[in-house]
Design a protein around this ligand. Structure first.
Ligand code: G3P
Length: 270
C-alpha cells in the first residue's frame, strides 16, 4: 500500500519525505487553510503560488493532489486546468482533486458537474483524484468518467454512523472495520468497509483506478485499510507517527541504550 501524507504543511511533508516512506501528498482547502494559518501565526507572509511550488519540489517524485474550490462544471474545469498548468511543470507530480458530486445545500453546483469535470479534464490528460466519496456507487461512476484515483473518506463514514446512532466519540477514536452492533449507512458498516467494497468492485470489474483510503484517524484504521486492499492511504502526520509507535519499542531502546558498553561504542568513535 502506498503512503500519502494528508497535509499541506511543508515541514510535515518534508519530514515524511525525508524518512523515505512518502509516495504522495493530498491537500484540500481545509488543509491549505490550516497551513496558511500556521504560517501567519509565525509571522510569515503567504505567497500561495510559491508555497505550493515548495510543496511540489519537496515531494519530488511523490504525487501531489490539489483540489478545486469551484463547484460548477465550467469553473471547476477552468480552475483544474489552471492549477495543472501552473503547478504540474514543477515536478510533474500533480493530480487535480474533483469532488464526486459538487451539489450541496443551496443548490451550488449540479449532481453531475463533478463527473462532467472529471470527464473533460481526464480527456485532456490531467490525472484526477475524485474526492468526497461516501458510497461505492460514487466511486464506480467516478472511474467511468475517467478518475485515476478515488478517495473514500473512511473516518467521516465512521463519524456519520456514530452520529446517526447518538454514539459519542472523539475524532481519533477507533471504530472497527467490521462495524458495531449492526449499525450501517445503507449497508456500509464502517469507513474501512466502504474502502473494501470499492476495492472488491474494482477487482471484480477489472477497473484500474486506485483506491485511496482518506480521512484516516488512527493506526489501527490504517492497518485495516491495508488489509482491505486499499492501494493508497493518506494519513495525517500525527497518525503517521502513531504508526511507528509502540511501548515495547521505546522500552527496548531504553534498555539497549543503557546496556551499551564503552568498548563497543568506542569501536566506531575513533
Ligand atoms: O483526506 C481527507 C481528509 O483531509 C479529511 O480528513 O479527518 O477531516 O475527515 P478528516
Amino acid at each position: 500500500m502506498q503512503i500519502f501524507i494528508d497535509s499541506a504543511k511543508l515541514e510535515e511533508i518534508k519530514e515524511a519525505y525525508d524518512s523515505g516512506i512518502l509516495d504522495g501528498v493530498t491537500t484540500n482547502p481545509s488543509l491549505i487553510k490550516k497551513a496558511a494559518e500556521g504560517l501567519k501565526e509565525n509571522g510569515q507572509n503567504l505567497d500561495m503560488a510559491d508555497y505550493i511550488k515548495k510543496i511540489l519540489a519537496t515531494a519530488k517524485t511523490a504525487r501531489v493532489s490539489l483540489e478545486v474550490t469551484e463547484y460548477v462544471y465550467d469553473k471547476m474545469v477552468e480552475q483544474g486546468r489552471k492549477l495543472f498548468k501552473m503547478f504540474n511543470p514543477v515536478a510533474k507530480n500533480v493530480y487535480i482533486k474533483i469532488p464526486a458530486n459538487p451539489s450541496f445545500e443551496g443548490e451550488k453546483g449540479k449532481e453531475f458537474d463533478g463527473l462532467r469535470a472529471i470527464k473533460t479534464l481526464s480527456a485532456e490528460g490531467i490525472p484526477i483524484n475524485c474526492t468526497l466519496i461516501f458510497t461505492p456507487e460514487q466511486a464506480l461512476l467516478a472511474t467511468k468518467a475517467g478518475a485515476k484515483i478515488v478517495s473514500p473518506f473512511s473516518g467521516r463514514i465512521d463519524d456519520y454512523i456514530r452520529t446517526l446512532n447518538n454514539i459519542p466519540f472523539d475524532k481519533s477514536d477507533y471504530f472497527p472495520a467490521e462495524g458495531k452492533d449492526g449499525l450501517n449507512d445503507n449497508g456500509i458498516v464502517s469507513g474501512v468497509d466502504l474502502a473494501r467494497h470499492i476495492v472488491e468492485i474494482f477487482k471484480k470489474h477489472n477497473i484500474k483506478a486506485e483506491v485511496l483510503a482518506a480521512s484516516m484517524r488512527n493506526a489501527r484504521q490504517v492497518r485495516e485499510a491495508a488489509l482491505a486492499g486499499a492501494d493508497i492511504a493518506t494519513i495525517p502526520f500525527g497518525v503517521i507517527k502513531e504508526l511507528m509507535s509502540h511501548y515495547k519499542t521505546r522500552e527496548g531502546m531504553r534498555n539497549f541504550t543503557d546496556d551499551a558498553i564503552p568498548e563497543y561504542i568506542n569501536l566506531t568513535q575513533k
